[in-house]
Every structure is written in C-alpha cells, then in structure tokens.
Write a protein that binds this ligand. Structure first.
Ligand code: DSN
Length: 437
C-alpha cells in the first residue's frame, strides 16, 4: 500500500477516501479491541508487494505451477523464522486465517462426530472451539468446560474431572476472552491421562508467548495454532505448529501413511485451501523477523504492564472486572454490578463516540442475550504499539469509567473525546511518515 496512495487517489477516490477516513479514525482514537493491532510499515509493504499476483499451490519445492523460485524462498524464510520464534518442530504458514487453521486441525485429529473438550463460548472460548453454529459444533461433538461461578477462573481439577468423565479424543486449550494465564502443562497432563490429543489455540496471546510474557504451549501440545495479526503484530493470517510424530498413532491413526506434520500439511492443502496468499506469507516472514528482535520482548512485557495499569485504573474508578484484574493483554468489564446488565451494545457505541474502540462481550454465565451482553472486552496490544505506557493507561481508564457512568450525557462524552484526541497527538501510529502519500 505504501507509496501507492497517489494512484488510488486519482483512479478510485471512493475507495481512497474511505482508506483515509479509516486512517483518521485509528490515528485520532484509542484502539482497545484486544485482537487488533497496528502492523509495521515493513509488514504493510510486503502485503502490498507483487507476491499478491502469484499462485503457488503446494509447498516449497513441491508446487503445481511454474515460477516458484522466489515464492519458495519467502515461504521458507517464514517457516525458519517461525520455528526459531516458537521453538516448534514443524510449522505450516499457509492458513488464510484462524478458522481455516483450526478446521485443518480438527480434520487431522478427529473424525466427524468425535468428542472434544473446548472452552465455553460465553465464558471466553472462540466460535471454532465448539459453538453449535460453527463447523466445530456442527461436525464434531463439543463438551464445554467453564470457569467457576464464584471465582470466574478455570479450575484445572474440574477440567480434569470432566475429561475423565467424558473421555474426549481432543482437549482444546485457548480463548478469546479470558483475562488470566492458561496452564498448558496441566492441560497436557490431563490429555495424556485420558489418552486425548492436546490442541492449543494461542491466537490471542501468541505475541506474549513469542516475547516471553506468557508460558508457551509448544513444548506440551500436539498441535498449536495462532492467528498472526493479534499480539503477534503481523498480517491477517494464521499458522499451525505441531510435533512431527503422532503421539497417539497406534490408538487413533494406525493407517496413516504420513506423520502428524504431513497430515496437517495435507489437510491445509489440498484439504481445505487452494493457493496460499504469498503476499501474506511474505508479510508473515517480516513480522516473525520483527518478533525475533529484542525490542519485541519489551513490547510483549509492556502490553501486560499496560493491561494491569488500565485494569487498576478502571477498578479504582468503581468498574468491576471479571476475575478482578488481568494477567495478560485483555480484560472484561462486568456491567452488572453498576446496574447496566445487558447494556454492552449501548456502551460500546458511547465509547465509540468518545474515540475509544472496544467490543461488547458476554460475561461468564451471561444472564441476557449475546446481542446485548453485559460486558465489554478491551486490551492493550494496539495502544502499546503506539508507545503508550502506564501513565497513558490512567488517562484512558478514567475516560472509560467516565463514559460508562455517563453514557447518556453528550457533554461528558465530548470531554472524554477531547482528552483522547489530545492524548493521541503524542503517539502517531506511523511516526515521521505520512502513510497517506
Ligand atoms: N474475532 C477474534 C477476536 O476478536 O477475538 C477471534 O477470532
């Protein structure tokens, strides 16, 4: 995209204008959706490169079309950098996004109708972790595990009891809205005890794992997926890491002619996908290169420090958080104790008006509809990318609390909007560079 705005401006003002409007929206507001981030200029450049033109079904040195000499190099760069970053035995960098990556894992480890354990959607799991409307709940048999009602925390003893009772073929560790760390070792021990696969989806925390701010499931789990665009700060896309060998081959897959790594690759292509998006692969390689740098460790640690600071400020201003805090990059506001049950949607809009972007979310054991839930989910990956630190989190936290308590008061929202505008001026997303030229 960079350097190409001149052309699009002249040739397609309709699209060019909305790109500019979106740019202004992110530049002059604070982005707190915990699954979003701002990629580097280098990642944007790779995404806007000529690799977008290429077809390359297959894998390096085993392709179906000609002209692959440079695609192979870029895919191998992405693979090698990812292996170094996470210390995994095998990685497939071709998944278009998290859902197809997860689908390839289900199709590899399970047969249609097989039972698996996944985190309950209303308490923090993802659609692809067993929601009845998703392929994972329609083709397979999910049994949800849940947080405890009193602590809102996962109790691994209860996950173990459920696994012993249900005897699933796979146990999924991963979440989209849980503000605490996951104990991957405990998940693995349970999986081994009941003879199940352990599949970990670290889409939300991959950047924290890569930067040493959260324990890694890679030494434990059979298969690990992640999107590349959240805390990992790469392009939209995903990847699948796995052990080379199938730990449970004799029990479940005596007929497989390939090892686990080969079966994962087979299920990505030709199982689900066609040609990989080579411009995205190039951008993944760039992002993994960035994540290997020492600065990324600082970044990952600062995300968590900022999340803790934001959480503390919110709680100091009378806002209740699920589990009363956070250990990772995200937190969940519970609106029920301040009499705002089912008001998540209105408060998301009120915060939008004040230049603060969050998403409405269910809270554990949500009493009302997920369309009008009682929670707000927010996180710090994107504001940390802008260079904001604990003192800025205080300003943001105060602003959020003010809007929540005065969500129908136009003047109060306008005042917070002005504070946010002022704050953002000091933290340009692409400093020293006019991304719109
Ligand atoms: N939509 C993502 C999130 O916001 O967590 C998960 O896919």
């Amino acid at each position: 995209m960079l350097g190409f705005m001149e052309d699009i401006e002249k040739k397609d003002p309709a699209v060019s204008n909305v790109i500019k409007q979106e740019h202004d929206r992110i530049e002059h507001g604070v982005e707190l959706i915990p699954s979003e981030n701002f990629v580097s200029k280098a990642v944007l450049q790779a995404l806007g490169s000529v690799f977008t033109n290429k077809y390359s079904e297959g894998y390096p040195r085993k392709r179906y079309y000609g002209g692959q000499e440079f695609v192979d190099v870029v895919e191998e760069l992405a693979i090698e950098r990812c292996k170094k970053l996470f210390g995994c035995e095998h990685v497939n960098v071709q998944p278009y996004s998290g859902s197809p990556a997860n689908m390839a894992v289900y199709l590899t480890l399970l047969d249609i109708g097989d039972k698996f354990l996944g985190f309950d959607l209303n308490s923090g799991g993802h659609l692809t972790h067993g929601s009845p409307v998703n392929f994972s709940g329609r083709l397979f048999k999910p049994v949800p595990y849940n947080v405890e009602k009193d602590t809102e925390l996962l109790d691994m003893d209860n996950v173990r009891k459920l696994a012993l009772k249900e005897k699933p073929k796979m146990i999924l560790s991963g979440f989209t809205a849980y503000p605490r760390k996951l104990d991957f070792k405990a998940f693995q021990e349970i999986a081994e005890e009941v003879g199940a696969y352990h599949f970990s989806d670290i889409s939300h925390i991959a950047g924290l794992v890569a930067g040493g701010a959260h324990e890694s499931p890679v030494p434990f789990a059979d298969v690990v997926t992640t999107t590349t665009h959240k805390t990992l700060r790469g392009p939209r896309g995903a990847l699948i890491m796995c052990k080379k060998e199938d730990r449970l081959k004799e029990k479940y897959h005596p007929d497989w002619k390939k090892d686990l790594a080969g079966m994962i690759d087979f299920n990505v292509f030709p199982g689900i996908q066609g040609g990989p998006h080579d411009h995205t692969t190039a951008a993944k390689a760039v992002a993994f290169g960035e994540a290997l740098k020492p600065e990324f460790k600082q970044y990952a640690k600062q995300i968590v420090k900022n999340a803790k600071a934001l959480a503390a400020e919110l709680m100091a201003n009378g806002i209740k958080l699920v589990t009363n805090g956070t250990d990772n990059h995200l937190m969940l506001i519970d609106l029920r104790p301040i009499g705002l049950q089912g008001k998540g949607k209105e408060l998301q809009s009120a915060l939008d008006e004040a230049g603060i972007t969050v998403n409405k979310n269910t809270v554990p054991y949500e009493p009302v509809s997920p369309f009008n839930p009682s929670g707000l989910r927010l996180g710090t990956p994107a504001v940390t990318t802008r260079g904001m630190k604990e003192s800025e989190m205080k300003v943001i936290g105060k602003g959020i609390a003010t809007v929540i308590k005065n969500y129908e008061d136009k003047g109060a929202k306008e005042k917070v909007r002005n504070d946010i505008l002022e704050l953002c001026k000091g933290f340009p997303i692409y400093p020293g560079f006019d991304i719109l030229k």
